[in-house]
Design a protein around this ligand. Structure first.
Ligand code: FES
Length: 76
């Protein structure tokens, strides 16, 4: 399934990047090119990293700034 249509990046590409050590959206972007054009896929990238990265597993999809502001998960 395509996650980043702008850069033709699939969920398999992203999972491969995570398996190769990507631990955040920036790592995935560097490894795959995803998220660097319109940015519409960034939330999906974040969800995949949070769900599949062993370092981040078990954490929420909240952004650090949201956590600090106490608004994490308010609209999700
Ligand atoms: S859909 Fe990923 S950058 Fe546009």
């Amino acid at each position: 399934m395509y996650v980043c249509h702008c850069n033709v990046v699939t969920d398999r590409d992203i999972l491969e990047a995570i398996a190769n050590g990507a631990q955040c959206v920036a790592d995935v972007a560097r490894a795959t090119g995803a998220g660097r054009t319109c940015g519409n896929c960034v939330d999906s990238l974040r969800d995949l990293v949070c769900k599949h990265c062993p370092v981040r597993a078990g954490r929420t999809t909240e952004r650090p700034a949201e956590r600090e502001l106490g608004v994490a998960g308010a609209a999700r």
